[in-house]
Design a protein around this ligand. Structure first.
Ligand SMILES: [Zn+2]
Length: 117
Protein backbone atom coordinates (compact mmCIF):
# COMPACT_ATOMS: atom_id res chain seq x y z
CA UNK A 1 0.00 0.00 0.00
CA UNK A 2 1.44 3.44 -0.90
CA UNK A 3 1.94 5.95 1.95
CA UNK A 4 -1.32 7.60 3.03
CA UNK A 5 -1.99 10.82 1.18
CA UNK A 6 0.55 10.15 -1.58
CA UNK A 7 -2.00 10.02 -4.38
CA UNK A 8 -3.76 13.14 -3.13
CA UNK A 9 -0.46 15.06 -2.82
CA UNK A 10 0.61 14.06 -6.35
CA UNK A 11 -2.77 15.13 -7.71
CA UNK A 12 -2.40 18.50 -5.95
CA UNK A 13 1.00 19.05 -7.61
CA UNK A 14 -0.31 18.07 -11.05
CA UNK A 15 -3.22 20.49 -10.62
CA UNK A 16 -0.89 23.29 -9.39
CA UNK A 17 1.29 22.84 -12.51
CA UNK A 18 -1.77 22.90 -14.74
CA UNK A 19 -2.91 26.15 -13.08
CA UNK A 20 0.63 27.65 -13.30
CA UNK A 21 0.98 27.78 -9.51
CA UNK A 22 4.09 25.60 -9.82
CA UNK A 23 6.44 25.71 -12.82
CA UNK A 24 6.53 22.48 -14.82
CA UNK A 25 9.74 20.44 -14.62
CA UNK A 26 11.67 20.81 -17.87
CA UNK A 27 15.23 20.33 -19.16
CA UNK A 28 16.39 23.48 -17.34
CA UNK A 29 15.08 22.34 -13.93
CA UNK A 30 17.93 21.43 -11.60
CA UNK A 31 17.89 18.91 -8.75
CA UNK A 32 18.05 20.91 -5.48
CA UNK A 33 20.28 18.22 -3.92
CA UNK A 34 22.95 17.50 -6.56
CA UNK A 35 22.39 20.04 -9.35
CA UNK A 36 21.67 17.31 -11.91
CA UNK A 37 18.66 17.15 -14.22
CA UNK A 38 15.49 17.21 -12.09
CA UNK A 39 12.82 14.67 -12.94
CA UNK A 40 10.18 14.98 -10.18
CA UNK A 41 8.80 17.16 -7.46
CA UNK A 42 9.55 15.46 -4.15
CA UNK A 43 7.35 15.65 -1.05
CA UNK A 44 8.86 15.37 2.44
CA UNK A 45 5.44 15.62 4.09
CA UNK A 46 2.14 14.67 2.46
CA UNK A 47 0.36 16.92 4.96
CA UNK A 48 1.83 19.81 2.92
CA UNK A 49 0.88 18.76 -0.62
CA UNK A 50 2.31 21.86 -2.31
CA UNK A 51 5.60 21.98 -0.38
CA UNK A 52 7.80 20.26 -2.94
CA UNK A 53 11.33 20.38 -4.28
CA UNK A 54 12.61 19.46 -7.72
CA UNK A 55 14.91 16.43 -7.58
CA UNK A 56 16.54 13.92 -9.90
CA UNK A 57 15.56 10.24 -9.84
CA UNK A 58 18.61 9.22 -7.78
CA UNK A 59 18.15 11.87 -5.08
CA UNK A 60 14.40 11.14 -4.99
CA UNK A 61 15.15 7.50 -4.16
CA UNK A 62 17.79 8.45 -1.61
CA UNK A 63 15.38 10.82 0.16
CA UNK A 64 12.95 7.98 0.86
CA UNK A 65 9.23 8.22 1.62
CA UNK A 66 7.46 11.37 2.85
CA UNK A 67 5.55 11.69 6.13
CA UNK A 68 2.10 10.17 5.56
CA UNK A 69 -1.08 12.22 5.84
CA UNK A 70 -3.07 10.36 8.51
CA UNK A 71 -6.19 12.34 7.70
CA UNK A 72 -6.79 9.86 4.88
CA UNK A 73 -6.48 6.89 7.24
CA UNK A 74 -9.29 8.29 9.39
CA UNK A 75 -11.46 8.90 6.32
CA UNK A 76 -10.90 5.34 5.10
CA UNK A 77 -11.63 3.81 8.51
CA UNK A 78 -14.75 5.91 9.04
CA UNK A 79 -16.39 4.22 6.08
CA UNK A 80 -16.04 0.79 7.64
CA UNK A 81 -16.12 1.37 11.40
CA UNK A 82 -18.12 3.24 13.98
CA UNK A 83 -16.13 5.86 15.88
CA UNK A 84 -15.98 3.85 19.12
CA UNK A 85 -14.83 0.77 17.17
CA UNK A 86 -12.10 2.80 15.50
CA UNK A 87 -10.89 4.24 18.84
CA UNK A 88 -10.87 0.76 20.42
CA UNK A 89 -8.90 -0.55 17.46
CA UNK A 90 -6.33 2.25 17.80
CA UNK A 91 -6.02 1.58 21.58
CA UNK A 92 -5.53 -2.13 20.92
CA UNK A 93 -2.91 -1.42 18.26
CA UNK A 94 -1.02 0.89 20.65
CA UNK A 95 -1.10 -1.70 23.46
CA UNK A 96 -0.28 -4.85 21.49
CA UNK A 97 1.41 -3.62 18.32
CA UNK A 98 -0.95 -5.83 16.30
CA UNK A 99 -1.83 -3.96 13.09
CA UNK A 100 -5.46 -2.79 12.87
CA UNK A 101 -5.85 -4.57 9.53
CA UNK A 102 -5.05 -7.93 11.16
CA UNK A 103 -7.46 -7.36 14.04
CA UNK A 104 -10.20 -6.62 11.50
CA UNK A 105 -9.37 -9.73 9.43
CA UNK A 106 -9.36 -11.91 12.58
CA UNK A 107 -12.72 -10.50 13.62
CA UNK A 108 -14.20 -11.24 10.18
CA UNK A 109 -12.78 -14.79 10.27
CA UNK A 110 -14.23 -15.32 13.71
CA UNK A 111 -17.62 -14.04 12.56
CA UNK A 112 -17.61 -16.30 9.49
CA UNK A 113 -16.63 -19.34 11.56
CA UNK A 114 -19.42 -18.65 14.05
CA UNK A 115 -21.93 -18.37 11.22
CA UNK A 116 -20.80 -21.58 9.54
CA UNK A 117 -21.38 -23.65 12.65
ZN1 LIG B 1 19.95 14.86 -7.60
Amino acid sequence: MPPLGMGQAHSAVAYAIKKSVLPPINKDTKCVDCGGQAKHYDHRDYNKPLEVEAVCQKCNMRRGPAIPNLKYKLVIQKHYLFKDQMLELMRLNEKTGIPASRTIRDAIDQFLNTKRK
